[in-house]
Design a protein around this ligand. Structure first.
Ligand code: PXP
Length: 248
């Protein structure tokens, strides 16, 4: 099970104080250092989300990580022509297409692939031609899985946000949705990832979801890093994943 570490919140912390100030002049906290620490802690890839409004990650952050960090780079981005140009210029290894609403604190729902297949098929083809392996960040919904396969995406990232934020019967139902979506995706030849709201305490249940090959985790790792440092926080997650998924 691979661990993609999302370091957006390092940029969020920097922008909380220094939005509008040149990032070259004010490096604190440094996104590049964060990516290095994630590498030291055992991350398999670095994820960052360059938003249309550049609210946290800036273009220069993405380019610095791309050029300095010897790990695969996963760019999360909105499905827009401007972001396609950005990705063509950056050359990330992976692109995860996500929905973007300006007012949301974090990515709230999955991408509605089923409602705009033509536009997304074109985007996936363009990104693939540019050398990026593309995933669709979708709710664990069979219609969205089928639509992702139909437009030629090679991977899906199943949205675990509802699973993470619910309890009891609702959580069980959400786990079943994840299991069915993963089974369906695998049957259609898609690589299956998961992300959003995942914590160490989620791992045991997520081990019931078949065919998962990668988890993308951000907030809980950055939160833990406040107390133990980022490399140690990544290492803790890596070790927890190894315990749960190797045992299973
Ligand atoms: N995957 C995607 C597509 C996301 O948008 C995010 C949040 O930016 C994550 C994974 C990581 O979520 P979290 O920060 O809750 O671990």
């Amino acid at each position: 099970m691979k661990l993609g570490v999302n370091i957006d919140h390092v940029a969020t912390l920097r922008q909380a104080r220094y939005a509008g100030v040149s990032t070259a002049a004010v490096p604190e906290p440094s996104v590049l250092e964060a990516a290095r620490a994630a590498l030291t802690g055992g991350a398999d890839s670095i994820t960052l989300h360059v938003r249309e409004d550049r609210r946290h990650m800036q273009d220069a952050d993405a380019h610095a990580v791309r050029h300095e960090i010897p790990l695969p780079l996963n760019l999360e981005m909105g499905a827009t022509p401007a972001m396609l140009d950005f990705a063509r210029n950056l050359h990330p290894d992976f692109v995860c297409l996500v929905p973007e609403r300006r007012q949301e604190v974090t990515t709230e729902g999955g991408l509605d692939v089923a409602s705009r297949p033509g536009e997304l098929r074109h985007l996936v083809a363009s990104l693939t031609a540019a050398g990026c392996r593309v995933s669709m960040f979708i709710d664990p919904d069979i219609a969205q899985v089928e639509a992702s396969a139909a437009i030629g995406a090679p991977m899906v990232e199943l949205h675990t946000g509802r699973f993470a934020d619910t309890a009891g019967a609702e959580r069980e139902a959400e786990l079943r949705r994840l299991i069915h979506a993963a089974q369906c995706a695998h049957k259609l030849g898609l690589e299956v990832h998961a992300g959003h709201g995942i914590r160490v305490s989620s791992l045991q249940l997520l081990a019931q979801v078949p065919h998962l090959s990668e988890l993308n985790i951000g907030h809980t790792i950055i939160s833990r890093a406040v107390f133990v440092g980022l490399a140690a926080a990544v290492r803790e997650m890596r070790e927890a994943m190894d315990r749960v998924f190797q045992a299973g």
